[in-house]
Ligand binder design. Structure first.
Ligand SMILES: [Fe+2]
Length: 308
């Protein structure tokens, strides 16, 4: 498959935008944010609070209102000093790569979150104007494809070989066969020596949204594998005459992807909430010496209880 490369300047995403001058966000504003999230798949919230600790606390309050069952990402080591307890630990989005191609967070594993939330606690002027997050609406991308490409892609599976960091104590036996209680997994091995679980995982290239049932492209097909060390290999397969055949993704799909990219620029106190089953995100290249402290939280499911 041809490699995806960001090609041009992209237009800014017209995101549903909310702000509040109060420390405690009014209930009516929560309802409007939820509505925007369900209809448009994302929203932004600008905090008017001045200290990092206050912005952080307000962000966490928003997170616990919209998300349920927080997921810890073992591959993200850099955490915020503000998050002193495990419950409230924030993980930095900026690992050691200047740009990141479009992807849906952890879509290569059954741990894929439904909701991802980002908050910016500090950013330099330079990074604020040159290091936007990229956003791609996977519903729109799918709808933009020609019928012959949709026909081709709708029967493609992505096969990943993964090595996920887990906390295990070293034992005499270095590895052993394992079982993970999820669908579409095979060849699981627990590696005690390196503290990893390794397995194969299969997912459709195009997926159905669990709530809207709309088809969306929100996967890890376009990511450079150098930027995702948990993926050891990635292949694309199609079932033809009872045989799984390895295939490539048509290059026109990469062109359509590039056409769908929008940008989202960061400011201090700005938060972004994304439906990870619908949207892909990434980052344009920037000077990594610049200050850009953006943190991510991930949630397995949406929390509708708060609004009942
Ligand atoms: Fe990501």
């Amino acid at each position: 498959m041809a490699t995806f490369i960001y090609t041009k300047d992209y237009s800014e995403f017209k995101i549903p935008y909310f702000e509040s001058s109060k420390e405690e966000i009014p209930k009516s504003l929560y309802a409007s944010m939820l509505e925007a999230y369900i209809e448009q798949g994302c929203f932004a919230f600008q905090s008017s609070l001045s200290t990092k600790q206050d912005i952080y606390s307000q962000f966490m309050s928003l997170c616990s209102s919209f998300g349920s069952e927080a997921i810890t990402d073992a591959s993200r080591r850099l955490t915020s000093k503000l998050g002193t307890s495990t419950k409230y630990k924030l993980s930095s989005v900026d690992m050691e790569f200047p740009h990141v191609n479009p992807h849906s967070e952890t879509s290569f594993s059954p741990a894929k979150p439904s909701l991802i939330a980002f908050t910016c606690l500090e950013i330099s002027k330079e990074a604020a104007s040159h290091a936007p997050t990229t956003l791609i609406d996977g519903n729109s991308l799918w709808d933009s494809l020609e019928l012959n490409h949709r026909k081709e892609l709708s029967s493609i599976l992505i096969s990943y070989r993964l090595a996920i960091d887990i906390p295990v104590k070293k034992r005499k036996s270095k590895i052993r066969d394992w079982y993970l209680d999820y669908s579409s997994i095979s060849n699981s091995i627990l590696d005690y020596e390196n503290g990893k679980i390794m397995f194969d995982y299969y997912v459709p290239f195009v997926t159905e949204h669990p709530i809207t049932r709309k088809l969306s492209i929100a996967n890890h097909a376009f990511i450079d594998l150098k930027t995702e060390p948990q993926i050891l290999s990635r292949k694309f397969f199609q079932l033809r005459n009872d045989i799984l055949k390895e295939v490539t993704i048509p290059s026109q799909v990469l062109v359509k992807l590039d056409q769908q990219i929008k940008t989202f620029y960061w400011r201090n106190g700005l938060s972004l909430f994304i439906d990870n089953h619908r949207f892909m995100h990434g980052r344009l290249s920037y000077d990594m010496n610049q200050i850009r402290n953006i943190f991510i939280r991930q949630y397995k499911t949406l929390n509708f209880n708060h609004f009942s």
